[in-house]
Design a protein. Structure first.
Ligand SMILES: [Zn+2]
Length: 158
């Protein structure tokens, strides 16, 4: 088991300590003393180091390439890659959701101005179904992101 440490200046007066532990067989653990890290959440102090970003590092900067080398092909890298693909799906779903909401509003407005007696005529079938599907997708992906973040943070620290 090998261990490297970094001091990273964050928003607090005292720098945070980031520890990366290499347990072998591409099994890494990474800890950070920032509020997010202490609460078991993912933080930028660790992800930045793995990305080779030296921003805020006040001690241990020479160990960044080692952290990156350990990170490549590790369990943490796989987990973070999974997370970014889920996050990009969530963003897409969010976009679709906004478009569908807009479309529905336009349709309602259009129908109301055209026929006050049957204001919802024409939006009954497809748009409503798509709207609902988009809404469901949004909730599902948002939940996935939350769950994935939690699992990754847990995996990072075990
Ligand atoms: Zn942190």
């Amino acid at each position: 088991m090998e261990n490297i440490e970094f001091l990273v200046q964050g928003s607090a007066k005292e720098p945070y300590t980031v520890s990366v532990v290499n347990r072998g067989k591409r099994n890494l653990s990474a800890y950070c003393t920032c509020p997010a890290g202490e609460n078991g959440l993912i933080c930028k102090h660790r992800t930045r180091i793995f990305a080779g970003d030296t921003q805020g590092i006040v001690e241990g900067i020479e160990n960044v390439p080692i952290a990156q080398e350990w990170f490549r092909g590790s369990d943490i890298e796989k987990a973070l890659n999974g997370l970014s693909s889920i996050e990009s799906n969530a963003k897409k779903a969010e976009r679709v959701f906004k478009e569908m909401t807009q479309m529905l509003q336009d349709k309602i407005h259009e129908n109301m101005t055209r026929n006050v007696n049957r204001p919802l005529d024409g939006i009954r079938e497809k748009p409503i179904r798509e709207y609902t599907e988009a809404a469901i997708r949004k909730v599902v992906t948002a939940t996935h992101v939350k769950i994935a973040k939690r699992q990754i943070a847990d995996a990072m620290m075990d």
